[in-house]
Design a protein around this ligand. Structure first.
Ligand code: NAD
Length: 269
């Protein structure tokens, strides 16, 4: 039988009790990785354990682990747990993210700090820990790279978004953090890329697709005229983590059905 693309590797997927993270966890496990299904709060524990149970039921390896990615000590503990549990870490999917929307003049400092703290500082803390481990391990033949990081960005790393300044700033920040650390660590055979999803049907944006009317409005922004599914993103994540993407470093892969193609110009503007 052909070796699976992520066989023998260990992946930490942050925020993977739901949505895109859960999809990435399942798809990476199918590709052979042992997976840490991270969740932030006790209320998400049952969902994370269900994701892990689904993975184990398919004959693969997973364990749920609680960690708030915006807390330095918890992030350090999560990476130590992953090494203790599975002996190594090869892949980080920096997926945890949230929104706290407000008109800019009404946005509180708490709303700003909360979103930046999880979406940007959380990605910094996890990437730093991952790179420390990748540097210690080096290339050992399990993969062509010493380690791979996939940052879950958004089309809003390039599309401005009124009413969401904190979120757009966090994703714009992720873009240049990703490119900077890719430049810094490519010589060590560490690959760091982003995925920028467009509109994917998950809990984060439910009010944009939960009624026929909302969906109709949303589809005007999507040239492919369908909302994305978590599998669209998860399959791209497996590709970027695999040796098939060995020469891809420091880039953002847009998985958006064409949302970044200025759909307003579809009928000649
Ligand atoms: P989601 O709400 O289902 O997933 C977000 C996950 O992050 C949840 O599981 C949540 O528990 C977790 N999380 C929140 N705070 C955390 C913390 N402090 N520590 C650890 N985990 C935490 O929504 P989703 O759509 O699956 O979002 C996943 C990622 O994709 C986010 O970064 C989001 O910005 C990005 N994204 C989503 C879309 C979309 O259309 N759904 C589009 C662009 C980008």
């Amino acid at each position: 039988m052909e070796k699976r693309k992520l066989e023998g590797q260990v992946a930490i997927i942050t925020g993977s009790s739901s949505g895109i993270g859960a999809g990435c966890a399942k798809e990476m496990a199918r590709a052979g990785a042992a997976v840490i299904v991270n969740y932030p709060v006790p209320q998400a524990q049952a969902m994370a354990e269900q994701v892990a149970a689904d993975i184990i039921a398919e004959g693969n390896k997973a364990v749920a682990y609680k960690c708030d990615v915006s807390k330095e000590d918890e992030v350090i503990a999560m990476f130590k747990f992953a090494e203790d549990q599975f002996g190594r870490v090869d892949i980080l999917v920096n997926n945890a993210g949230l929104q706290k929307d407000a008109k800019f003049t009404e946005m509180t400092l708490d709303q700003w700090n909360f979103v930046i703290g999880v979406n940007l500082t959380g990605q910094f803390l996890c990437a730093r820990e991952a790179i420390r481990i990748f540097m210690k391990k080096g290339v050992d033949g399990v993969s062509k790279a010493a380690g791979k990081i996939i940052c879950m960005s958004s089309v809003h790393e390039v599309i401005p978004w009124a009413g969401h300044a904190n979120y757009a700033a966090s994703k714009g920040g992720v873009m240049l953090m990703m490119k900077t650390i890719a430049q810094e660590y490519a010589p060590h055979r560490i690959r760091i890329n982003s995925i920028a999803p467009g509109a994917i049907a998950t809990p984060i944006n439910k009010d944009a697709w939960d009624t026929a009317e909302h969906l109709q409005q949303l589809l005007k922004l999507i040239p492919e005229k369908r909302i994305g599914q978590v599998e669209d993103v998860a399959k791209a994540a497996v590709f970027l983590a695999s040796d098939d993407a060995d020469y891809i470093n420091g880039t953002t892969l847009f998985v958006d059905g064409g949302m970044t193609l200025y759909p307003g110009f579809e009928d000649n503007g």
